[in-house]
Design a protein around this ligand. Structure first.
Ligand code: GRF
Length: 203
């Protein structure tokens, strides 16, 4: 499985994927890491691992369409089977999403459809949720709106604040994302007519 990662910041999810590949527990190849930021730590992580790291700065383009055309032409050059948004802090336009239908996934720090957008941990606390977690979902042009592939759930504990909750969720994000990518690597998952098909799941 050829994976490209699109990310804006820290890159701990990228690191988890690269570590699993290096450990031989994920049958995949990291073909490129792409960022809308010039100095994102995620780019340094890629470089350290010998993975091509590309930044395409949004501010260098007159509008989102022009920016995304350049970004995705760079991504497409690496011929990824799957594009993983891992802390990519921008919405993707319909043209980019449609051109890569069923081939873009995102990791989001809440149990979607609950708590879309930003500040998800605070949202969960404000809603007095007893459970929280992370989701991996297919990307559509709607913010955090595509079909959900997998959840990692954990309890909200007494005394939790947004920071503590975020740290516990992040620990669960990494194995969740890697496990989901194993489904893709085994070619067991596919999006058909906006529905998820997982091969070999028998209930
Ligand atoms: C993660 O919490 C992810 O769910 C969210 O942004 C954060 C990225 O973290 N979309 P990192 O850059 O992978 O460390």
């Amino acid at each position: 499985l050829r994976i490209a990662v699109l990310a804006s910041g820290r890159g701990s999810n990228l690191q988890a994927i690269m570590d699993a590949i290096a450990a031989g527990t994920l049958d995949a190849q990291m073909v490129g890491v792409f960022s809308d930021r010039r100095r994102a730590p995620v780019l340094e992580r890629a470089e350290r691992a010998g993975v091509p790291a590309v930044s395409v700065q949004r501010k260098r383009f007159p509008d989102r369409q022009a920016y995304e055309t350049e970004l995705f032409s760079r991504i497409d050059t690496t011929r990824p089977d799957l594009i993983v948004c891992a802390g990519y802090m921008r919405l993707l336009g319909a043209a980019a999403v449609d051109a890569h239908a069923g081939r873009i996934i995102n990791i989001h720090p809440s149990l979607l459809p609950a708590h879309k957008g930003l500040h998800t941990h605070q949202q969960a606390l404000d809603a007095r949720a007893s459970e929280h977690g992370a989701s991996v979902h297919y990307v559509t042009a709607e913010l955090d709106g595509g079909p959900v592939i997998a959840h990692a759930c954990l309890p909200v504990l007494p005394g939790d604040d947004a920071e503590r909750l975020a740290a516990r969720v992040l620990q669960r994000e990494h194995p969740l994302l890697v496990a989901t990518l194993r489904l893709f690597a085994a070619r067991r998952i596919e999006l058909r007519d906006e529905a998820i098909h997982i091969d070999g799941l028998r209930l």
